[in-house]
Design a protein around this ligand. Structure first.
Ligand SMILES: Nc1ncnc2c1ncn2[C@@H]1O[C@H](COP(=O)(O)OP(=O)(O)OP(=O)(O)O)[C@@H](O)[C@H]1O
Ligand SMILES: [Mg+2]
Length: 303
């Protein structure tokens, strides 16, 4: 897509475009992305770590050519950090110059756009492009309630009023993608405003396809076995079940070691690519990779 009027015409077009940029969405995700773009609604994506939430914003930006503007949320984030603040240090310097009276400037000039520090939300709302930027509000669940309420206000208006300057509003509103790991529940008001989609781990066929797309050097047989073993790993009670990124990493690690298929020894040696907690590693070692690989093999045959 090269301009804002070039909206996708179908869900299939969305799927194909995302795939072109290396992302394989299932029907549900492709549909909700199509709707978010067509109806111009923010898209709220929830799901476990590593299921591809943040990457959705990345690929939409690559596809549409809209600039990616990322607001990473964290505990205690405030509107100053998200929207705008005044460049206090420069204002002080300028105030000194005014005091000296050497440049004919007025104190009012201290609150002009020149001294405005534009944070991600303002950049996304007050942009000069024909192509809307993609605003990624990443991990909104980490921010607190007040920030969520503030964000809701901004999203509702898609404009910002700065008392000293006036109201700023873009010709074309940004495409907004919010992600959450669900460390806390978000408010209904925010959810109501957005189109919501829960991203699950992909099924094994899709995950094989993702590995093939993202790590084309890896042999098809190894890509398949890695995805199958990861599927079994996710049925264990792990503190951090492997995400898609881990599956890709594991396949690449095994391939780098010259593996054609996973053996218990190779799995143990490369487990760090896929298991990120010491306790998880111990649990799987206690069970033994042998039985895990066998189970994955049985599933594969019965599929
Ligand atoms: N459907 C997919 N198609 C292609 N690649 C994918 C897909 N899902 C995930 N990936 C890969 O997995 C990586 C991790 O995805 P991403 O960072 O978006 O996960 P996340 O859900 O945001 O995780 P976290 O909650 O930890 O931030 C991506 O960089 C991408 O390489
Ligand atoms: Mg993420």
């Amino acid at each position: 897509m090269t301009n804002s009027s070039a909206l996708p015409k179908s869900v299939a077009e969305v799927s194909a475009a995302l795939e072109k940029y290396g992302y394989l969405a299932d029907q549900g995700l492709a549909t909700v992305i199509f709707l978010a773009l067509t109806l111009n609604r923010p898209l709220l994506l929830e799901g476990e770590s590593g299921v591809g939430k943040t990457e959705v914003a990345n690929v939409i930006s690559q596809w549409t050519g809209g600039k990616l503007i990322r607001l990473a949320c964290y505990e205690g984030i405030t509107s100053d950090q998200a929207l705008y603040e005044w460049d206090y240090a420069r204002q002080i310097l300028q105030a000194r110059i005014i005091e000296i009276g050497s440049n004919g400037l007025d104190v009012e000039d201290l609150y002009s756009e020149k001294f405005l520090v534009r944070r991600p939300l303002l950049q996304a709302i007050d942009h000069a492009n024909e192509v809307p930027p993609v605003l990624l509000v990443d991990e909104i669940d980490r921010a607190d309630d007040e920030f969520e309420a503030f964000l809701l206000e901004i999203l509702a208006d898609s404009s910002v009023t700065i008392p000293e300057i006036g109201t700023l509003k873009a010709k074309v509103p940004p495409i907004v993608v919010l992600t959450s790991n669900r460390t806390r529940d978000l408010h209904d008001a925010l959810k109501r405003r957005c189109l919501y989609h829960w991203i699950d781990h992909p099924n094994v066929e899709r995950e094989i396809a993702i590995v093939r797309l993202r790590a084309p050097e890896v042999s098809p047989a190894l890509a398949q076995q890695v995805a199958e073993v990861v599927e079994v790993l996710r049925t264990r009670n792990l503190s951090k079940p492997p995400g898609v990124a881990e599956t890709i990493d594991w396949a690449k690690a095994l391939w780098a070691l010259g593996a054609q298929k996973i053996t218990p020894d190779l799995a143990t040696a490369t487990a760090g690519a896929v298991l990120k907690y010491h306790e998880d590693n111990e649990m799987i070692n206690d069970e033994g990779f042998e039985s895990l690989l066998a189970q994955a093999g049985e599933r594969s045959v019965s599929r």
